[in-house]
Ligand binder design. Structure first.
Ligand SMILES: Cc1ncc(COP(=O)(O)O)c(C=O)c1O
Length: 433
């Protein structure tokens, strides 16, 4: 095995293990209330959107995307952070229907690549309002993005500044700051951003190169479950902005708080309202003229997509029962190794979502009526030993043909799927309105 493959296996094994940690050998433990609440919500939702009909029509595996949920999440952000301009992080779910919903809501976009600008252009989005949030780009990327209308870029190091040479002067840059957050599931500050104490030097470098610095941006880390990292980052950034405005006689106009707003996977998270209270209090010290930006990805996208998979095989192995699904960590569940997030998995029979073949559905219903649960390891469809979605999950007994559902599957799932073993990407259907 190459070092890269060995590292990938280790990473996946560690991350799947978290799903397992609450489950021990022996009888299946009592299910947590969070799971039961999520089950009830998903069962009601599946019935409302006629999920069984969608599976009958489109088969499985299947992603079901619901743009109404995109709008609901955007409304929640607008209610809790009314001063903030929303730039949806396109990367998290670059689906045309989602882009149209975000655009129709009146929010804008953060982009990270040429491909994302292509998509937004195709959907008729005003590119001039979008923000290029990737701090490291090629000269061709910068020139291309500029020619297509982007007027706000992000930089985090002097080398990047030189790449803007030759562009007209009708654009500005935000300086990306680093605020490490080891508790976040994915901490972008480990790859991007300049330490606040070094940022003054970078601002001077930009000014000498003729770039207009409109302000600062940071990302406190994905799935951040307390307001404290934002509060700390906002306070430090505002102090830095005050000091630099005074020192250089300049006026900034933008403070971008990034993404990181969390959603409930296998554990409850604090409400947006609770986080926003802390954020709003910290922002009250910002000058009124500052434009506040947020770049939510997961918070907008995750709830919008539900995954349906099917059992394609079962086995009794030394460590117990296994069920093999038509989706795994190289596909739709790529968020497990990539981000260490663990969507809940429900048997269709727990939700009254049955496979189309009546007979199989009846069998599944009978098994559920037993109220029995047995620990089962869920594996993906590849011939890859680390393609394990969850170990020893207490589920109703599963048989070939049974359906499984995972909610909260919109963020960094379809986009990060690798197509390993030549397995085709899972189709995405839009819930009819
Ligand atoms: C620059 C930037 N902004 C926003 C986001 C969205 O972050 P989250 O999904 O945690 O809201 C990301 C992550 O992809 C990012 O890299």
């Amino acid at each position: 095995m190459t070092t890269a493959l060995a590292e990938r296996s280790r990473r996946i094994a560690t991350r799947v293990a978290r799903t397992t940690s609450a489950l021990h050998d022996g009888p299946a433990p009592e299910l947590p209330p969070h799971r039961e609440l999520a089950r009830r919500e998903l069962a009601a939702y599946a019935s409302r959107i006629h999920l069984t009909d969608l599976v009958r029509e489109h088969g499985s595996p299947l992603f079901v995307v619901d743009v109404d949920r995109v709008t609901t999440q955007l409304l929640a952000l607008r209610r809790e952070l009314p001063e903030a301009q929303i730039h949806f992080a396109t990367t998290s779910l670059p689906h045309p229907a989602v882009i149209r919903a975000v655009d129709a809501f009146g929010a804008s976009f953060g982009v990270a690549s040429r491909g994302e600008i292509d998509l937004l252009e195709r959907e008729g989005v005003a590119i001039g309002r979008c923000l290029h949030a990737n701090p490291v780009k090629s000269v061709a990327d910068i020139t291309g993005a500029y020619l297509r209308g982007i007027r706000t870029f992000v930089v985090d190091r002097p080398d990047e500044v030189a790449k803007f040479r030759g562009l007209a002067s009708d654009y500005s840059v935000l300086i990306r700051l680093s605020f490490p957050n080891p508790r976040a599931t994915a901490d972008p500050s480990s790859s991007f951003g300049i330490a606040p104490e070094e940022a003054g030097g970078l601002v001077e470098h930009c000014l000498r190169a003729g770039l207009r610095v409109s302000g600062f941006t940071f990302h406190v880390g994905s799935q951040t479950v307390s307001a404290a990292p934002w509060v700390h980052a906002i306070r430090r950034t505002l102090a830095l902005m005050r000091r630099l405005e005074h020192a250089h006689g300049i006026r900034f106009d933008t403070l971008d708080l990034g993404g990181g707003f969390p959603v409930e996977y296998d554990e409850p998270v604090p409400s947006l309202g609770e986080l926003a209270r802390g954020i709003r209090a910290a922002l009250s010290a910002a000058p009124r003229r500052y434009r506040i930006i947020i770049e939510p990805g997961r918070f907008v996208a995750a709830r919008a997509m539900t995954l349906v998979t099917r059992v394609v095989g079962t086995a009794d192995r030394l460590d117990g029962r296994w069920a093999y699904l038509d989706e795994g960590v190289d596909g739709a569940y790529a968020n497990i190794p990539a981000e260490d997030v663990h969507a809940l998995v429900f048997a269709g029979s727990e939700l009254d979502v049955q496979p189309p073949a009546d007979e199989t559905g009846e069998r599944a219903t009978r098994r559920l009526r037993d109220h029995r649960r047995e620990p089962v390891t869920l594996a993906g469809p590849t011939a890859d030993g680390v393609d394990v979605v969850a170990r020893r999950l207490p589920l109703p007994p599963l048989a070939v043909g049974d359906l499984l559902l995972s909610p909260m599957m919109g963020a960094c799932t379809a986009t990060t799927a690798a197509g390993f073993n030549g397995i085709a990407p899972t189709p995405i259907v839009v819930v009819p309105s």
